[in-house]
Design a protein around this ligand. Sequence first.
Ligand SMILES: *[C@@H]1O[C@H](CO)[C@@H](O)[C@H](O)[C@H]1NC(C)=O
Ligand SMILES: *[C@@H]1O[C@H](CO)[C@@H](O)[C@H](O)[C@H]1NC(C)=O
Ligand SMILES: *[C@@H]1O[C@H](CO)[C@@H](O)[C@H](O)[C@H]1NC(C)=O
Ligand SMILES: [Ca+2]
Ligand SMILES: [Ca+2]
Ligand SMILES: [Ca+2]
Length: 436
Amino acid sequence: MQKGYILLALLLVGFASANYYEVTKEFTLNNFDAKSLSSWNLVNFNGNQVTNCNGFSVAGGPNVVASGSMTKTFTTDYDLNGVEIFFDLYLFDQWNSGWEGGRDQKNLFKIFVNNQQVYQLGSDYTRQLHGASSNLCGASTPDRQTRVSLSVPVTGRNFTVQLTSVIGSNPAAASWGIRNFYILSQQGYDNSQVVLNELFDDNNFDVSKWETNFKGAITQCPAKILGGFNVAGPGAYATRKLSNLPAHSFLSISLSAYFVDSIDSNDSVVIYVDGRVAHEHSKAYYQENINVCGGDWHDGVDNELNILVPHFSSSAEIKIYVNTDQAAGDESFGFREFSVAVSTPCPILYTDVNQGGKQFSFCGNLPDLHAIGWTSPIKGIYVPKGIELTVYQDSNYNGKKYSIKKSNFNLSGNEYQLINKALKIDVNEQKLRRNK
Ligand SMILES: *[C@@H]1O[C@H](CO)[C@@H](O)[C@H](O)[C@H]1NC(C)=O
Ligand SMILES: *[C@@H]1O[C@H](CO)[C@@H](O)[C@H](O)[C@H]1NC(C)=O
Ligand SMILES: *[C@@H]1O[C@H](CO)[C@@H](O)[C@H](O)[C@H]1NC(C)=O
Ligand SMILES: [Ca+2]
Ligand SMILES: [Ca+2]
Ligand SMILES: [Ca+2]
């Protein structure tokens, strides 16, 4: 079905959907050097600050950082209500994470946003995921690549992100590093489409579409959860397949996670999408826990996980994997309130040629970009297949209209003038040429 989108020189309410504005995109090249870290405040980063790990660069890494941190304040020119942070996290070598619950806070990777802890993860290099991984670089012991995807509420026009770790002082023995670091923020109202919404209602808790190796067993905590006490222990998994998804560019997956009983900081749950790690999560000991189910241990209940995954295929396989090491009567995992939404593909505006510079994605009618603080000229535009943009020369749907059906990553001439004019960005061709 064809959808029409209109670029207008007016401020309209219909500023819709999946408007993921890219706040930052860093460490995405195969090879980068310490210059890429110059805008970060680094503590206890040694030597070159960047490691070449068998052909690809990571910020941090073996011999660079053990206990240490990288901190940066991001500023936007519009008001935020939340950000999506996602990146690849590498745990190199001897990640001996210990017991949690106030006893042993050693060997954890943590994320703080505006000085509030929002995440932590440990690992153990002798078992399950870490132990079974291959050696990527550093010492000859296994290294583990995982991924973090967080949705964090923030307000105002700036926020500070700190990635930090406490794993001792020897980065030759254990270290961490990151790649492909993105922060997106969503602007305007969200008209993404919910394609799946299940395990919400205890009277109709249908798990028949889930393939599990624990026979789809349901427990109470005290609400119903798929998995849980005496059911979902080490290596338990639950897989949900989706097909015939509408065209989309992101999947938003959310679920309510239940970490039952004495799960340690070296235990986690891993969410895979199409066989790749989309997010890994540990029991949040930095938040209050209470005993509500299973054994006498405190439980981390109703942890709402919201994950954003770039995704284009019309089918998806989502797998929830329990990475624990003690019996399910001692530590277990379950979940409920599972939902998946897709964001439809939207046109993307770029501030530089060849899909470079800042980018801004929108669906529906686009308002005056000045109103949201955008002043950079648009030099490229991506138009998804089957979508047609209509540009009006004057405001109020007046004047000549032009239709744009194809992407153009080097706007010039009439099209360049029109698009920028429609968005109230004052440009002329001479200016563009001079800026080159
Ligand atoms: C994980 O941490 C717990 C608590 O400290 C510890 O008893 C256990 O040995 C660790 N896992 C492994 C496989 O070493
Ligand atoms: C961040 O925003 C606050 C107001 O919300 C302002 O007072 C502060 O100066 C800003 N800091 C930076 C680094 O932009
Ligand atoms: C963009 O197009 C102009 C001609 O309109 C050309 O001079 C310029 O080299 C092109 N730039 C790139 C990066 O392709
Ligand atoms: Ca290694
Ligand atoms: Ca319990
Ligand atoms: Ca354990």
